[in-house]
Design a protein around this ligand. Structure first.
Ligand SMILES: Nc1ncnc2c1ncn2[C@@H]1O[C@H](COP(=O)(O)OP(=O)(O)OP(=O)(O)O)[C@@H](O)[C@H]1O
Ligand SMILES: O=C(O)C1=C[C@@H](O)[C@@H](O)[C@H](O)C1
Ligand SMILES: [Mg+2]
Length: 266
């Protein structure tokens, strides 16, 4: 659980999701009861400042304060804080990066840790198109692939559930789809050196999109250069160089937790 400052208030970036949700419920219950901040503060015997902090998710009220507030609001302390633990993983997480970045490997671990489904956007495209990715490119070209990709993303979003999504490496080059991803998911760019991308993909025996290209590594360097600024728009940038997938996954979870999302790291 993020530590409050000495004054007992949680700084914005480290405000736990439970306290933010409690704050939202306090505001809703107070407004439903037709009480002003001052009126509720007086009745529950807390300062107006404290109540303001609690409603903003900055304060961590004691059980006794919570009970007094709940009583004055005609509800119960339990109803105010009954937030399912997995609600802390309240957002969709999308992993972005070049082939071999570790999106699948890390994504599976993240999904397990957060107890949410894991979705592979490339696999969604294959399912929808009814053919392997290589065939999609062959028959429909890159533009066709990107149409399938945009539709696959919309299907994932339409499910409305928390999810970890591994995206295809070129999603960042399709402005409309990438904007949509950035707007709807907590995005994480997994980085590695070009040689690592190359070695990892080659190690898996599938060189798409470098297959049959004598200058494949140079092209990969160019590709990374071209996409760097786009990938860099993600909310988090996490290096996978010389690190284990578990390490990378833990860093992402810690970053999410610091932002008040995901599980607490400790
Ligand atoms: N720190 C790391 N994090 C993630 N994967 C790593 C790491 N170090 C090495 N790897 C390895 O890199 C390889 C490629 O990972 P993975 O298939 O998850 O990448 P990807 O981003 O999903 O690639 P693709 O775009 O081809 O689907 C795997 O064999 C994985 O074990
Ligand atoms: O980086 C890329 O350009 C691609 C990566 C793959 O995941 C596929 O989405 C496709 O082969 C394009
Ligand atoms: Mg993958």
């Amino acid at each position: 659980m993020p530590k409050p400052s000495p004054a007992g208030r949680h700084p914005k970036a480290r405000r736990p999701a439970l306290l933010r949700e409690l704050g939202r419920r306090l505001v809703a219950a107070r407004e439903a009861a037709g009480l002003s901040l001052s009126e509720l503060a007086q009745r529950a015997d807390v300062s107006r400042r404290y109540l303001t902090d609690a409603e903003a998710g900055r304060a961590n009220p004691t059980v006794l304060v919570l009970v007094r507030l709940a009583r004055e609001l005609g509800t119960t302390a339990a109803a105010l804080i009954d937030v399912p633990t997995h609600a802390r993983a309240e957002e969709r997480i999308a992993l972005v990066g070049l082939r071999g970045a570790g999106k699948t490997t890390v994504g599976r671990r993240l999904a397990l840790a957060l107890e949410v489904p894991f979705v592979e956007l490339d696999a969604e495209v294959e399912r929808q198109a009814g053919m392997a990715l290589g065939k999609v490119f062959e028959l429909h070209g890159a533009a066709g692939f990107h149409r399938f990709e945009a539709a696959a993303l919309e299907r994932v979003l339409a499910r409305g559930e928390r999810v970890v999504v591994a995206t295809g490496g070129s999603i960042a080059e399709v402005p409309q789809t990438f904007e949509r991803l950035l707007a709807t998911c907590r995005t994480v760019w997994l980085t590695a050196r070009p040689e690592e991308h190359f070695a990892r993909v080659a190690g898996q025996g599938d060189l798409r999109p470098m297959e049959g290209r004598p200058r494949a590594l140079d092209e990969l360097v160019d590709l990374l250069d071209r996409r760097r600024a786009l990938y860099g728009r993600c909310e988090q940038t996490v290096s996978t160089t010389d690190r284990s997938p578990d390490d990378v996954s833990s860093e992402i979870l810690a970053n999410l937790s610091r932002a008040g999302l995901g599980p607490d790291p400790d």
